[in-house]
Design a protein around this ligand. Structure first.
Ligand code: 691
Length: 446
């Protein structure tokens, strides 16, 4: 492509720049690599998805928030070897400040909670839908941006918060026709790993990094996993026990391994008991191998997966009780999830659940000759004042053209302003589905 550009003079020096003739070199009309446009059809699907996100969040009593897509790079420079760090879309701005396009929303939320400090009363139940960015070598042809729905509960230490968050995601799935046959949640707790590391006196500051490494199981070779764990000064025995505990198949087995005293058993038991009360037991399962790839999780972690196993994780989340102190704030218990806009659409396509969304307008208004254009505007204004939606034909077009447009925009009703009718103070109305047509006084239109 670069060579091609050079030859055509689009960006290279090989060809001479466009001459003074009025021929303008055409710009590249595609969006930047890894990004998407949302023309009307795609935007209708996105709006439908976000409307569902929003309505579920509101039905759970959450308040909407937002923050800049541009943040200080410092918000994301965690040293735990996360992929999200390697792919940070960061740069130096004209003020020589190190900044980044946010790769996720949670650090911004933490920053806002610290900023609000004592002026907000806990618990906070906040949600956001925001575009997140990564910079990947386009070799992988993967997207560089996606939209994420986040819901977070700040200030609730017990697993009732995680149970509520999982319930909100299940409510979303049900709204769009996804069932427990299609999707499930794998649930575990990082306190399992924390307990094993404690028994081998691994220092706390290595916890995040070990979890990020463990999350790479199945993504990178086992030898690399072990190498990374040894680099974190874990003994051979610690490594073996860590990998062993991830294969535990049930809470009972976990209890045998760890002993029933550890709090993680109580946490998970309470979560499964709450799930039963919510009525979503068939949606969730304990899976000790789930750790998630973000360094800051400290407790329960969960991820939504497609039971056919064809797609990447649909969503994921967990508890992050220590994130605020990493930014110098007072720690507050917190948990939340992120739900991307890509995998869910693939799942809906797979299951034939993509909604048929067409444009909709109640009226299309046109005048039959140009000196009635003003009358048409008056009729359109009347209808809009009554809360009707109106597509007003803005040029003098033949009726054939108007009918064509009416069907393309799915108009329900055609309002025609003609000179003889207008003199009688009426307009022509044609119901476009039934074909029924009649005349009516402008003021009686509704
Ligand atoms: C499937 C997909 O589009 N994933 C995706 C796309 N863009 C991102 C951008 C930032 C962080 C994570 C991202 C993840």
């Amino acid at each position: 492509a670069e060579l091609d550009n050079a030859r055509t003079g689009r960006s290279g020096s090989l060809a001479s720049p466009p001459t003074s003739s009025d021929f303008k070199q055409k710009i590249d009309v595609n969006p930047p690599k890894g990004t998407r446009d949302f023309p009307p059809e795609e935007m209708r699907l996105r709006s439908w998805l976000f409307q569902n996100f929003r309505e579920v969040s509101q039905s759970f009593g959450f308040e909407e928030i937002d923050f800049p897509v541009l943040e200080s790079e410092a918000l994301f420079v965690r040293k735990a070897g996360e992929e999200i760090r390697d792919q940070l879309y960061c740069f130096e701005d004209r003020g020589n400040r190190r900044v980044a396009l946010r790769p996720e929303l949670t650090p911004s939320l933490a920053r806002l909670v610290i900023q609000k400090g004592k002026s907000v009363s806990l618990p906070l139940k906040w949600f956001a839908i925001g575009q997140c960015w990564r910079y990947e070598r386009m070799t992988r042809g993967r997207r560089r941006e996606h939209y994420q729905w986040n819901m977070d509960i700040i200030g609730v230490p017990n697993v009732t918060a995680e149970a509520e968050l999982i319930s909100s995601i299940i409510t979303f799935f049900k709204r769009i026709g996804i069932t427990a046959v299609d999707v499930g949640f794998k649930v575990s707790s990082r306190k399992v790993l924390q307990e094993v590391l404690r028994r081998y006196s691994v220092p706390d500051n290595l916890f995040g990094r070990v979890c990020v490494t463990i999350d790479k199981l199945e993504k990178i070779p086992m030898d690399d996993i072990k190498k990374e764990l040894r680099a974190a000064e874990l003994s051979e025995q610690a490594v073996e026990e860590l990998l062993q505990i991830l294969t535990v198949k049930s809470l009972e087995e976990l209890e045998e391994k760890l002993g029933s005293s550890v709090e993680v058993i109580a946490d998970l038991k309470q979560l499964f008991s709450l799930a039963e009360k919510y009525g979503y037991s068939e949606w969730i399962q304990f899976d000790a191998s789930i750790v998630r790839g973000l360094a800051y999780y400290t407790g329960i972690v969960f991820e939504g997966f497609d039971r056919e196993g064809k797609l990447r994780a649909i969503c994921g989340g967990g508890r992050y009780d220590r994130l605020l102190s990493t930014f110098g704030g007072e720690d507050v218990p917190a948990c939340g999830f992120g739900f991307g806009d890509a995998v869910i659409v693939e799942l809906l396509k797979e299951r034939g659940l993509l909604p048929e969304l067409s444009p909709q307008v109640q009226n299309i208004v046109c005048s039959l000759d140009q000196d009635l254009q003003g009358a048409a505007s008056l009729v359109a204004a009347r209808l809009r004042d009554k809360g009707q939606t109106v597509d007003l034909v803005l040029e003098n077009k033949p009726l054939k053209w108007v009918f064509k447009r009416a069907s393309r925009i799915n108009a329900q009703r055609l309002i025609i302003v003609g000179s003889s009718e207008w003199e009688k103070g009426v307009v022509g109305v044609k119901m476009l589905s039934s074909g029924e047509q009649y005349e009516i006084k402008v003021d009686e239109l509704e």
